[in-house]
Design a protein. Structure first.
Length: 504
């Protein structure tokens, strides 16, 4: 994107304020991906819903964002990057307010969907505008600032979410966005208007967009409602599955034959891109399932508050921040596939370490794997992004990056639903097995009243069953990491560097 005529890069305090506004807006959007994770028990309890139903608050936002991200390029060309950025920030603020005011889970999920739709363009637009307001020689500094907010926000999310939910109420995890919106829109309006991009009336593929919404929406509802409806024993779930499959097939056929497709699927002809996206999506799915499952496990089974659950999970970002510059420095000097394999294998080893968790474990045992996991994250994330985008033509970079982000986000949403479903299923199976091997007579003769002894035994069985089920899920994640590390070698070696600043 070329700089608007007569618009020179910002300098001094204006540059600092403009960069702050863009980075702060990006921080806000990424923060909202994880801030609700540790607050799910608070939300579900307040709105009279099961914890598994409360995960809809996470997945609805993620899927809505995934659907809208591929539209960012078209929106910027049609309405201008600055207008899209400012309207997205305002829309995000409005729906954040409505989320906090929600009186039922259904209302909250609907507003979270609109919050995700409004916030999706903020990430790519903030990156684009960051490169426009900074002088060319300071472009690496701009991208570093933007990337840092993307890394730090998921770390801060669980801490903010837990502290706010315990100290005030879950509603405030959405209300805190309001001052951020006010600051970013005010600074953005005053400092960024001169960097507006030319508007081009490009046609939009309405049919492709409609089919995308249909099959992704049907898939997500099927995954979320399947637990309650006994999966394919329910005609409703069967109908959703049929809609999803037919919608996906129709979407693929339409997009491959449409002159101006909403998503350019031709990038999948590049083997490096396809393998890189598959490996990144599989790895992210296994990673994000643990991000959602661990806070639920800590709060429902080990008695952790949301605050301490946030502290335990937040350690994941420390090593990620430290290792990111090192990973970036090694890209191009070492075979990217080797770096990806090393990073994903490390994540798998950490997941395997969690399979030894016990009900009586202390805070250190929980937080240590979180701390270690951050070591491998930059190698997998930066590596797969470089491998995938380096395999496409320069003019395809923006489209390829949008698809990659879509696939990764959708994988995380699907993984959330699948992991929580399997967690509940494994807990029930394990509980039934434990009941069959226990000797209740020893508990009944322990000196406690019969009713109290029975309650103690039942609580013990439930707690141990959930812990064993959690370990089983981690074992499954380890296997997914192993597959993701192996398939990366199906991709050809990168032929040269890729300019990630072109990615939207």
């Amino acid at each position: 994107m070329q700089m608007a005529a007569g618009a020179q890069p910002l300098k001094g305090a204006k540059l600092a304020l403009g960069g702050f506004a863009l980075a702060f807006a990006n921080f806000m959007v990424v923060l909202d991906i994880t801030i609700a994770n540790v607050s799910v028990p608070h939300i579900s309890g307040s709105l009279a819903a099961a914890p598994s139903q409360g995960t809809w608050v996470i997945t609805s936002y993620a899927v809505a964002e995934a659907i809208c991200v591929p539209l960012s390029g078209w929106l910027a060309a049609r309405f201008g990057a600055v207008r899209v950025f400012l309207m997205s920030v305002l829309g995000f603020g409005l729906f954040s307010l409505l989320c906090g005011l929600s009186q039922s889970l259904g209302m909250l999920i609907v507003f979270r969907v609109f919050q995700g739709l409004a916030g999706a363009p903020i990430m790519p637009m903030s990156q684009t505008l960051m490169l426009r307001i900074f002088p060319p020689e300071k472009a690496p500094m701009a991208l570093g600032l933007w990337s840092m907010t993307t890394v730090v926000a998921p770390i801060a999310g669980p801490i903010f979410g837990g502290t706010i939910s315990d100290t005030w109420s879950w509603n405030w995890i959405f209300f805190i966005n309001m001052p951020v919106v006010a600051i970013c829109t005010t600074l953005g309006w005053r400092l960024l208007r001169r960097y507006e991009t030319p508007m081009v009336r490009n046609p939009i593929d309405y049919v492709g967009l409609g089919l995308l919404v249909v099959w992704v929406g049907a898939l997500q509802v099927m995954l979320d409602k399947g637990r309650e409806e006994d999966w394919f024993a329910s005609p409703f779930i069967v109908a959703l599955a049929i809609i999803m499959v037919l919608g996906l097939i129709a979407f693929l056929i339409w997009e491959l034959t449409e002159k101006n497709p909403i998503i350019d699927l031709s990038v999948f002809r590049n083997r490096g891109f396809t393998i890189g996206v598959l490996s990144q999506s599989a790895t992210y799915a296994a990673f994000f399932s643990s991000v959602v499952l661990i806070p639920l496990f800590l709060q429902t089974n080990l008695g952790y508050t949301a605050t301490w659950s946030g502290y335990a999970t937040a350690f994941i970002g420390i090593m990620a921040v430290i290792m990111s510059p090192i990973a970036g420095m090694l890209i191009g000097k070492v075979d990217t596939r080797l770096l990806i394999t090393a990073g994903v294998t490390w994540l798998g080893m950490v997941s395997l370490l969690r399979t030894g968790w016990a009900t009586q474990m202390d805070f250190f045992t929980i937080s240590l794997p979180q701390f270690l996991q951050g070591f491998g994250m930059p190698f997998f994330f930066i590596g797969t992004t470089t491998l995938a985008l380096g395999a496409v033509r320069p003019e395809q970079t923006a489209s390829a990056a949008g698809i990659q982000n879509f696939m990764r986000t959708l994988a995380g949403a699907i993984a959330t639903s699948v992991a929580t479903t399997m967690w509940e299923h494994e807990t029930k199976l394990t509980r039934a097995e434990l009941v069959g091997v226990l000797n209740p007579e020893k508990v009944m003769t322990s000196g406690l009243p019969v009713a109290q002894a029975r309650m103690a035994l039942e609580r013990l069985v439930d707690t141990e069953a959930m812990t064993i089920a959690t370990n089983t899920i981690f074992l499954g994640s380890t296997m997914v990491f192993g597959v993701a590390a192996a398939i990366i070698w199906l991709a050809p070696a990168p032929k040269g560097p890729v300019d990630l600043s072109a990615a939207h």
